[in-house]
Design a protein around this ligand. Structure first.
Ligand code: FEO
Length: 410
């Protein structure tokens, strides 16, 4: 059983230190980690986040030694990933009067994951506050840091930020606070940022804007050290590392079109890249000499290959261009298949097959999910008929994702 550490008056760390090799996002955390949960023992006692499901019984038993569980009024879930919400069912079954506080997208996830369909939920939105009797919690939505439903909780009186995964470190430690750490934690702090947050750097900037007017004396994240010394320097690390680097990166959009719809997608892609300050060029491969197309490919950093589908295959000169790719040095370049289609859109898949045989880093929905957890960015980019409002959103998401990869300094 862990000790209960006091962060401030009536605010306790009630988490779990996991000093094993911890499997995590297809990696092994060789320094282990901690699952930090907090009890704000006010007139309306509130628990912020829980611990991994494997430690649910220990967590609840430990908490029962501090407080009668049916007195708990609120359980705040900042993020639904099971390393933080995993013990919610165990806790909720004993904290029978507790209302579960979370963002709108989190409600169904928690209900389904932990069979909480009959429990009372309080949905909070950006800037909402909650009086917990002597302390006030303010909620700040932080979507995609690192999943859609995430939020930060800020305790106004104590000036403590509870940001769950954000500002975390994966280090099992028994010192709890950064000023007591036996070793410099900056390397682990940055390593965590790069692994979990950097793929979502655009949202990191949004989050920084939202918290910049808060007076933050302490950051109590849900992994690793509580930060109470040089607090601003940790925020500055996130700010600096997530800012756009100056870039000379270029996008190239090659297309072959039958009715003009694939050209429309190509033009929208160009427009969206320009909104991201990334130079882009569109080429119709049927009206441009092959040598010129190859030269443009050699100069580009992200290359889109798009074709309409006719009789289940691509059209025009696109296949000829694709056949030339194997002889080019494409190792550091991104490749994307796209196209408009009416029925099945086989050509887009055939283009993807060709790209997979090259040195390009070919973007796929599967890789996006595995590397970022984002489920609304799709590759190849398949658009049915002429681009409409929904497809504009789809195209924009793809361009944003690729722009972040191109602009990323890491
Ligand atoms: Fe620490 Fe996203 O879970």
């Amino acid at each position: 059983m862990e000790k209960n550490i006091m962060l401030n008056e009536n605010i306790f760390w009630i988490g779990k230190i996991d000093d094993r090799d911890v499997p995590f996002h297809r990696l092994t955390l060789t320094k282990g980690t901690t699952y930090n949960s907090y009890l704000l023992n006010t007139e309306k006692p509130t628990v912020i986040d829980t611990v991994d499901i494997s430690f649910g019984k220990e967590f609840v038993d430990n908490l029962e030694n501090i407080i009668e569980l049916d007195k708990i009024k609120y359980i705040v879930i900042n993020h639904t990933e099971p390393d933080h919400s995993g013990s919610l069912r165990s806790l909720a079954s004993k904290a029978k009067n507790a209302v579960i506080v979370c963002t709108k997208p989190a409600v169904n996830e928690l209900k389904e994951m932990y069979k909480l369909h009959d429990r009372e939920f309080l949905i909070v939105r950006d800037g909402d506050t909650l009086d917990i009797g002597g302390k006030t919690l303010k909620f700040i939505e932080t979507p995609y840091l690192h999943t859609e439903e995430t939020m930060i909780t800020y305790c106004e009186e104590d000036k403590i930020l509870f940001p769950c995964d954000i500002f975390s470190t994966h280090v099992a430690n028994y010192e709890y606070f950064n000023d007591l750490a036996k070793e410099d934690i900056i390397g682990d702090f940055i390593g965590y940022y790069k692994l979990i947050m950097h793929p979502h750097r655009r949202y990191v900037q949004n989050m920084i804007e939202k918290i910049e007017d808060l007076d933050i004396k302490m950051i109590a994240p849900s992994h690793g050290f509580v930060l109470r010394e040089n607090v601003q320097s940790f925020i500055d690390i996130y700010d600096n590392m997530s800012k756009n680097a100056e870039t000379s990166k270029k996008a190239l959009i090659l297309y072959s079109t039958m009715t003009g719809n694939t050209k429309k997608i190509a033009d929208i892609l160009k427009e969206k890249f320009e909104e991201q300050n990334i130079a882009s060029k569109v080429i119709n491969v049927n009206k441009t000499p092959k040598e010129e197309v190859i030269a443009a490919i050699n100069e580009a950093d992200a290359i889109f290959f798009g074709s309409s589908t006719k009789y289940g295959d691509m059209i025009g000169n696109m296949e000829d261009i694709l056949k030339n790719l194997k002889s080019l040095d494409l190792e550091s370049k991104l490749g994307v298949a796209f196209g408009s289609f009416g029925w099945s859109g086989e050509s887009i898949e055939v283009v993807q097959d060709y790209l997979n045989e090259t040195d390009l880093k070919v973007l796929s929905t599967s890789d996006v999910i595995k590397s970022t957890g984002m489920i609304d960015v799709e590759f190849p980019l398949r658009i049915r008929f002429s681009p409409n409002e929904d497809s504009l959103i789809k195209i924009e998401r793809s361009v944003t994702y690729i722009s972040d990869l191109l602009l990323s300094g890491i």
